[in-house]
Write a protein that binds this ligand. Sequence first.
Ligand SMILES: [Cu+2]
Length: 203
Amino acid sequence: MTQIIRASLPAVLLTLALVANGAAQAVDTVVQFGPPHPQPPPAPPGSSLEPLQHRLLPDEVTIHKGGTVLFVINGGGHRVAIYEVSKHTTRADIEMDLCQGGVDVCNTDPGIATQNLQYLITDAKGDLIIDTQTNVEQPFLNYLPGQMLSAAGIVLSGTTATGSAGHQIRYRFDKAGRYLVICSTRGHSLNDWMFGFVDVIGN
Ligand SMILES: [Cu+2]
């Protein structure tokens, strides 16, 4: 029966239906994963310029339950992971569990290799969100408990300063709460604090 109905529908009606669906689509909230154009100067590994490259803009967004965030990847070497955290978790709560001392300490690789150490990232309630282990055990952050999304294992291609296109990841948040979005590339998150938050509101 279905096939008969489909066959009898004029093509023009199908086209109109597709257009209507497209017009009804909600717009993504966009987060730049790595700074968009104009991008900061190139930052070779170990350079004090690296933290400038390793930012989410904005680093905090609020959406309604069921909404989507489109992560636009900019620059090189990124991986994306998402974890739920307790609702009062602040940026400082996460930062205090990462490399301390700024670029003078955290960006002098390979001498200190701070990104290779183990870090225990906890939220405002003290719950363990990510056990990074060492770089030998986890070459990139891929701690599984509580993980909602991982593009780990794949180094994403970002837009470049010369205008090349990059990867984009769309994620739909179906549950209210507060979410940590972090770069799984150890040097980016552990040394340069490349992370942000998505707040999802609604019942
Ligand atoms: Cu990154």
